[in-house]
Ligand binder design. Structure first.
Ligand code: G4P
Length: 510
């Protein structure tokens, strides 16, 4: 028994589950490729992009990505490095799909923040950083493109500290700049990791030592507790394209993790190293392979050990869920997951049983909290081209809403459904997927509503409010009522007048 407990602890503590956050063009894709290459997950750096191209041509709806040059899909890549099992969760680069990104960030233990050395902190980096801060996700910073003209490293550190209110400790320091960038000096170990063929006796390396002394004197020492609490970020300098600094980054993640955290539920805090398996679905992706019309739920294992064939409790419905074919994803491939541990992310094929925010347990009645839905800012009524397809449309909208493509609201006055999105491109995805996957052509009509809020309060007070505002009430996909307003002013006025009710712009599942 003790052996089992020890080996469970050991397996869990070597999990590293993280995402990369950045502003478009800072180098996230390139860094992902090089990380996977360093982890041996792909033979040749460059394959992620190649693989993406292949998938794009295979799948019609992904043409949206191709046409607009953006990445829509979130997926996970698993690889081994330095004795640890890494799960790298990919997130869409475009801000119109930020809901997806936010939900993915609920499933990670750390984030790598990639900054373009010439541009510093950009708008989207900042926004994603704020989401990480809300959830106390520790951040590791990678300052990329050091092989080009860049800002001064001290200035860059200053900018991180002042714009994000985050302490910085450089764990490496760049040797040379721009075309003369040779690699990095490890500040703690006092060793060099340089481009092949550059001796440490090179003049440029010797000149660097003085600079490093200055850095050490000026900036705080690395403190692991401050890092884990999200107050301090270790900083690495590198060039993803030249594969410089990538190993420094991975070695750091191996060294100070963090390993899987404990997870809040509606009942109690679930510790990652509890023997009993629990998992949380944070993303659904359908039709990854259009030939199979498959639907994969991505679940993060929150505690214990998963075994293929387990009979689990699906706590939202109370039903039993047999785990026949959980899968791991690699850069090239998927593979059956015979076992997996807390921190791992597995794909679970299903026919629509699993939804975003769902919890699976070995029998315990609990629901993990914290997976968010954001109040959409763009609302449209769906107009059907062929009235004969109304039934098909209804089913398709439910399926796509369960997948998180759009949010679906059913007005209580019986009028046709309203879809809500955070970013306008989500509407393109909806339209294209309805056409290609369901054979249903739609258009959109504008609606007068611009604001959505979820209601909270005593049951009779909510009912009273609903009864007197029926034409501005709709039910979301779970049957929870929302209030719709035609302007921010109207919304504010209602909120002020309804002292007994709360109006939420984020719905936390669970
Ligand atoms: P993203 O996913 O964050 O949007 O960025 P991506 O990796 O696609 O990189 C954006 C551009 O920056 C690419 O150039 C890429 O080659 C370049 N890049 C990434 N890392 C580095 C680096 O360390 N140094 C330099 N000099 N450039 C880097 P592109 O011309 O837009 O695309 P491509 O033709 O190279 O694919």
């Amino acid at each position: 028994m003790l052996d089992t407990v020890q080996s469970l602890d050991k397996e869990i503590s070597r999990r590293r589950t993280f995402a990369i956050i950045s502003h478009p063009d800072a180098g996230k894709t390139t860094l992902t490729e090089r990380i996977l290459h360093a982890g041996g997950a792909i033979q040749m750096a460059g394959n992620v992009r190649a693989k993406r191209e292949q998938r794009r041509t295979r799948s019609d709806w992904m043409n949206i990505e191709k046409d607009r040059g953006i990445s829509v899909v979130t997926s996970v890549m698993t690889f081994e490095y330095g004795g640890c099992i890494f799960n790298l969760l990919d997130t869409p680069g475009h801000e119109d799909f930020s809901e997806d990104t936010y939900r993915t960030l609920t499933a990670v233990d750390a984030a790598v923040m990639v900054i373009d050395a010439a541009k510093g902190i950009e708008a989207r980096t900042r926004k994603l950083f704020e989401i990480c801060r809300l959830r106390d996700i520790p951040i590791v910073t990678f300052i990329n493109k050091m092989d080009r003209e860049s800002q001064d490293p001290f200035e860059l550190l200053d900018e991180v500290a002042s714009t994000l209110a985050l302490e910085t400790t450089p764990l490496t320091w760049p040797v040379g700049r721009a075309a003369k960038f040779l690699g990095a000096y490890d500040v703690r170990k006092q060793t060099m990791r340089l481009k092949q063929g550059i001796p440490e006796t090179d003049d440029r390396v010797i000149a660097l030592k003085e600079e490093v002394e200055l850095v050490k004197a000026a900036l705080p020492e690395f403190n692991i507790d401050d890092f884990k609490a999200g107050f301090l970020t270790p900083v690495f300098f590198g060039s993803a394209i030249k594969e410089l600094g990538v190993h420094d980054l991975l070695d750091a993640l191996v060294e100070f993790g963090p390993s899987p955290r404990n997870q809040e539920s509606d009942q109690r805090l679930v510790a990652a190293n509890e023997p009993s398996m629990t998992a949380l679905v944070f993303k659904i992706q359908a039709n990854m392979d259009p030939n199979h019309r498959d639907r994969i739920a991505f679940a993060r294992i929150c505690s214990g050990r998963l075994e293929r064939g387990m009979k689990l409790k699906h706590t939202r419905t109370g039903k039993t869920f047999a785990l026949h074919t959980p899968q791991f994803f690699f850069a090239q491939d998927r593979q059956l997951a015979e076992e997996a541990f807390a921190g791992d992310v597995v794909g679970i094929p299903n026919h629509g049983t699993l939804r975003i925010g769902d919890t699976l347990t070995e029998g315990e009645e609990l629901q993990f909290t914290g997976v968010p839905y954001f109040a959409p800012e763009i609302l449209r009524r769906v107009r059907l081209a062929d009235a004969m397809k109304a039934k098909k449309l209804k089913q398709a909208l439910i399926e796509l809403a369960e997948e998180g493509v759009v949010q679906l609201f059913k007005p209580q006055d019986g009028s046709s459904p309203i879809v809500g999105v955070v970013g306008i491109l989500q509407l393109d995805v909806l339209q294209t997927r309805l056409k290609h996957e369901y054979g249903v052509e739609i258009g959109f009509d504008t609606v007068s509503f611009t604001q959505v809020r979820w209601l909270e309060g005593e049951k009779n007070k909510i009912e009273k409010f609903i009864n007197s505002n029926r034409s501005a009430i709709a039910d979301d996909i779970d049957g929870d009522p929302v209030f719709l307003a035609t302007s921010e002013f109207m919304m504010q006025r209602t909120v002020e007048m309804q002292k007994d009710l709360k109006f939420h712009d984020i719905k936390q599942i669970g």
